[in-house]
Design a protein around this ligand. Structure first.
Ligand code: PGA
Length: 294
């Protein structure tokens, strides 16, 4: 990656938010895919990632993936490793940008997202580690780090496919409730709910960091396409509010309604709160029928 120089002034200006070009090409959709089990959600997500990576490899064009951490994408990463080890897919020409990292944990801490990505994906596939980006939060100026992260996404040509999980309070990345829908990469204070949800990864709840550096909502919305994964009943309310509620900073994931190319892959438990579930199921059946007949 080219070295980025910092302006002499402390005010760091970032580019204004713009939708990805697909908005102007008519390729607009919010697709809800409901699958019976978490494993089917994993297979669906792995198919989507691998199809994109292989298509770009055929065209000899690099691909930029946005990656998430947490419990939900672990199955996806296991499946990507398995497909890579079977010779089915190479990640040599892939750049990655992770959504977030805790503030206050060194990268070699087992709870850090640097460590998570290395252990759960990167060290098992043929990706060039120089092309992987997890927000830097250890021994750095956090504002400069946020600025560099945004600039590196720009230099890589933008994110082609952003993988998202969703918090039980409908946060995406660590954009907690109240996050501006126009926000960019920055430090956020974690809510008590998020810290309680993530306490299972730490020896005690007090050890969960209080802050994180996270991609902003505008940064996420600039991805060409977005795949949100949710499994389990604990996500049902967040999914209902994300899809069927008003667009509001009180439900950060509701900003996805503004994006032209979003797919939500849900297991039936995560989809169980949707008031219009029957409609979404029918819509997906019609989509499959149209695809078959074309
Ligand atoms: P989880 O976290 O996948 O561990 O449920 C999702 C999130 O907080 O975004």
């Amino acid at each position: 990656m080219p070295v980025i120089s910092h302006p002499a002034s402390t005010a760091i200006s970032l580019p204004p938010f713009r939708f990805p070009p697909s908005l102007s090409t008519g390729d607009i959709k919010l697709r809800i895919v409901v699958l019976d089990t978490p494993d089917l959600v994993t297979q669906f997500a792995a198919d989507m990632v691998c199809e994109l990576v292989k298509e770009r490899a055929r065209e000899k064009i690099e691909v930029v993936l946005g990656l998430a951490t947490g419990g939900t994408p672990l199955g996806l990463y296991r499946e990507l490793i398995a497909r890579h080890q079977r010779g089915g897919v190479s990640f040599r020409e892939v750049d990655t940008f992770n959504l977030d990292e805790y503030v206050g944990l060194p990268p070699d801490s087992p709870q850090s997202y640097h460590y998570y990505m290395l252990e759960n994906l990167f060290k098992h596939i043929d990706i060039d580690l120089e092309r992987t980006h997890v927000p830097e939060t250890w021994n750095v100026d956090l504002d400069e780090s946020a600025h560099d992260f945004e600039m590196n996404i720009e230099l890589a040509g933008g994110i082609d496919l952003q993988i998202l999980g969703i918090g039980t309070d409908a946060h995406i990345g660590f954009n907690e409730i109240g996050s501006s829908l126009g926000s960019r990469t920055r430090v956020k204070t974690l809510t008590r709910k998020t810290r309680a949800d993530n306490a299972r990864y730490f020896a005690s709840p007090d050890e969960v960091p209080r802050m994180a550096l996270t991609m902003g909502i505008a940064t996420i919305l600039e991805s060409q396409s977005i795949l949100l994964l949710a499994t389990g009943e604990s996500k049902a309310t967040a999914i209902r509010n994300c899809v069927e509620g008003p667009i509001t900073s009180s439900v950060p994931a509701s900003a996805l309604q503004l994006h032209p190319n979003v797919t939500l892959a849900l297991d039936s438990a995560a989809a169980s709160g949707l008031a219009n579930l029957d409609y979404f199921l029918e819509s997906e059946r019609n989509r499959a029928a149209t695809t078959r007949s074309s």
